[in-house]
Design a protein around this ligand. Structure first.
Ligand SMILES: *[C@@H]1O[C@H](CO)[C@@H](O)[C@H](O)[C@H]1NC(C)=O
Ligand SMILES: *[C@@H]1O[C@H](CO)[C@@H](O)[C@H](O)[C@H]1NC(C)=O
Ligand SMILES: *[C@@H]1O[C@H](CO)[C@@H](O)[C@H](O)[C@H]1NC(C)=O
Ligand SMILES: *[C@@H]1O[C@H](CO)[C@@H](O)[C@H](O)[C@H]1NC(C)=O
Length: 512
């Protein structure tokens, strides 16, 4: 099933980006919500607002320019069927205020690919060059020039009260944050309320699922609209001021008559913006989810192997809700590899280690024994790269080696056979696992070592010993292999335990 939550990106920029077919990533300023988060909906409400707000600065990763203002090259609002017998042609439109939107509600009908959101925009202002010729409220109107249509609040200070109220909500995670319409406090003054309904169609590209919105309906309810059309009647200010005044005094009938036109236009603009994100970023990167496997399903082992790949593959960002760290790269403050008993006769101390490559792992087998509480897995990592600061002094392959500096070790086609042993404990009435033992066997196909600044920077000597180590990598690694295996087994144990402490067994493997 295709899973997704809400339209994070209703309002993406209207400046056409140069598209590539390469799948894009969400900007890091957009926080993602994980389906395993017990407060998924609240998370979305908060994160959508955050994403919209962050678009003040645009999103270069998606080729989007700033949203404040949003630039729209042209916009036509057709005649109404009532008092507005004039077509409004707008050019060089600047839409101000969208990034101040507050998302009040979100709902999704996942299996039908329908998203729904309600938002409140305290002030929405359209500045543009207009031209028009026709009648409004039976009065003739014509002209061209700059104009200003503001959908706004009535009382000064109302917005601040409103925002204060909302920051209280954001500051209280876990509370029921989607404030309902019936909540009097929510309306707090006068704003433009917008309901968004998005109908999507999933499609596949290069094996990944994306969503394309085919229909985006907007309903728009401003609490007040103010018009200012400059230079009406070829600059006859007296007549111009008069008709502006009449329109403003009767803003409700005037706006209501053409509201549908505004709604259709906004729907098209928002649809275009939303599609810029959704047709470029795969769904699984917008709404995080883990594949779940039920312990009783017939292909449990196969499902588990796929689930491990799926979960680790998502860890190119931290998933705080379930206690999982960013593993691309994984930051390890210190790594100590004990001296070997053969050619590597010294202890290696690495600091500030960045380990990259885990998220690309393939899991070829996984087996869980619930009675014995063991989990075995075989995974292969195409390339694991360790970057670090080293300091060493000792002998390697009988040659003296010492120095201090940056280094890189890469392990190609690294097979890891992992074994976890669990015990069960109870937390808040739910059963959890805790890893009490982890064993790891590492079999790389090739290792490359590069230690810079050996021998206090003597390049000739340094290059020489790097060469010797690389020529004899298998022998060098064999001597320190148990120490590497133990170090990484401990790292995996601690990462896995963070997840297990937060997520009960029944949520990972179903009820027994
Ligand atoms: C539009 O109207 C607002 C409020 O009246 C005003 O602050 C703003 O300067 C106007 N913008 C233009 C371009 O006239
Ligand atoms: C949005 O939908 C809600 C609930 O269906 C409704 O009460 C409200 O009037 C709608 N608002 C707009 C702006 O259409
Ligand atoms: C979009 O959805 C609305 C509401 O269901 C519907 O009335 C309209 O016909 C749809 N438009 C398109 C182009 O599918
Ligand atoms: C995991 O591997 C160990 C050692 O090979 C074996 O004894 C155990 O039965 C395996 N567990 C599962 C669930 O396959």
């Amino acid at each position: 099933m295709v899973r997704f939550g809400v339209n994070v990106f209703l309002f993406l920029a209207a400046v056409v980006a140069s598209f590539t077919t390469r799948a894009a990533k969400l900007p890091s300023s957009f926080k993602r919500c994980h389906k395993s988060d017990p407060h998924f909906d609240d998370c979305l409400v908060v994160n959508i607002e955050g994403a919209i707000r962050s678009l003040k600065n645009g999103a270069p990763e998606l080729g989007l320019d700033s949203f404040e203002p949003l630039l729209i090259s042209s916009l036509i609002i057709g005649e109404g069927s009532g008092p507005v017998n004039v077509q409004q042609n707008f050019k060089n439109v600047k839409l101000h205020g969208l990034t101040g939107s507050i998302v009040s509600k979100h709902k999704a009908r996942l299996d039908e690919n329908i998203l729904y959101a309600e938002s409140v925009t305290p002030m929405l202002r359209l500045e543009a060059d207009y031209d028009m010729k026709g009648r409004v409220l039976l009065l003739p109107i014509y002209g061209e020039g700059p104009c200003n249509v503001t959908l706004e609040q009535l009382r000064n200070g109302a917005i601040r009260d409103c925002l204060g109220l909302f920051s209280g909500r954001i500051g209280a995670p876990g509370s029921t944050s989607a404030i309902s319409d019936e909540d009097e406090g929510f309306v707090c003054g006068v704003n433009t309320k917008i309901n968004h309904t998005l109908y999507g169609e999933p499609f596949e590209r290069k094996g990944r699922t994306f969503l394309k919105f085919v229909n985006y309906t907007v309903t728009l309810r401003p609490d007040k609209v103010q018009f200012h059309f400059a230079n009406l009647f070829n600059g006859d200010d007296r007549l111009g001021d008069e008709i502006n005044r009449v329109m403003n005094d009767n803003w409700d009938v005037v706006f209501t008559d053409v509201r549908e036109g505004y709604e259709k236009s906004f729907g098209l603009i928002f649809k275009d913006l939303a599609n810029r994100v959704f047709t470029r970023v795969p769904l699984k990167d917008i709404f995080l989810d883990f594949t779940k496997c039920h312990r009783k399903e017939s292909n449990f082992g196969r499902c588990l192997a796929a689930a491990v790949e799926n979960a680790v593959g998502q860890l190119d960002k931290q998933i705080k809700e379930v206690g999982l760290p960013n593993m691309e790269p994984l930051e390890v403050p210190a790594l100590r590899i004990g001296a070997g008993t053969g050619p590597v006769a010294f202890e290696q101390n690495y600091k500030d280690v960045l380990v990259s490559g885990f998220t690309k792992l393939r899991c070829s087998a996984a087996a869980m024994d619930f009675a014995a509480k063991t989990l075995n897995m075989t995974v292969t990592i195409p390339q694991l790269k360790l970057e670090f600061a080293y300091e060493i002094s000792g002998k390697i392959l009988l040659l003296p080696i010492y120095g201090k500096g940056p280094g890189v070790i890469t392990l190609d086609e690294l097979e890891q056979v992992l074994r976890f042993t669990f015990e069960e404990f109870e937390k808040k009435g739910k059963k959890h696992f805790r890893v009490v033992d982890s064993k790891l066997v590492m079999n790389p196909k090739l290792i490359q070592i590069k230690l810079d600044n050996l021998f206090n920077g003597d390049k000739a000597l340094g290059d020489n010993i790097n060469q010797v180590m690389n020529d004899n990598w298998a022998e060098v690694f064999a001597d320190v292999k148990p120490s590497y295996e133990e170090a990484f087994a401990k790292i995996f144990l601690s990462i896995f335990n963070n997840l297990l402490a937060k997520v009960p067994i029944s949520e990972i493997f179903g009820e027994d």
